[in-house]
Design a protein around this ligand. Sequence first.
Ligand code: FES
Length: 177
Amino acid sequence: MSQMAAESRCACCCGEESEQVLQERIRQIAREYRGREGSLIQVLHMAQTIYGYLPLEVQQIVADELGLPLSEVSGVVTFYSFFSTQPRGEHTIRVCLGTACYVRGGKKIVERLQELLEVGVGDTTADRKFTLEVARCIGACGLAPAMSIDDTVYKQVKPERLESILARYDKKWGDEQ
Ligand code: FES
């Protein structure tokens, strides 16, 4: 279990449910689906909704309760891109590194975001606010470089604008401009 995950859920008075409680809930749900053909993806979806992502210990619970080999469960988790084995941030940032964006400064956008958020590509910030990813093309080539945060596309992005964009999602970056 990662330290980040352990820190993000606790059993104190903060209202977050402990990992044990979440895992027990997943165990109960998976148990109900045991023997039902084709239920693995459905159970994994529910497990990811409950837990936020699918670390190995959660995959093991699902495998045990459905009576499947762990290798089969892990195979499905890695095959489908909508399953994640890493903690996800509340918001997903995708910086386009397709050709048009790359030549117009997409790489500088990635580098500045890595500096600001103190994460690498594919990682989630310590406060689990943002996950940083790159994409090949997000359909805004004419106004490159582009990036998206969740469903919103930002065009002609400049590194110096990034903090004000982040501020729309997290006040710690200042007031939105
Ligand atoms: S190449 Fe970046 S939006 Fe198409």
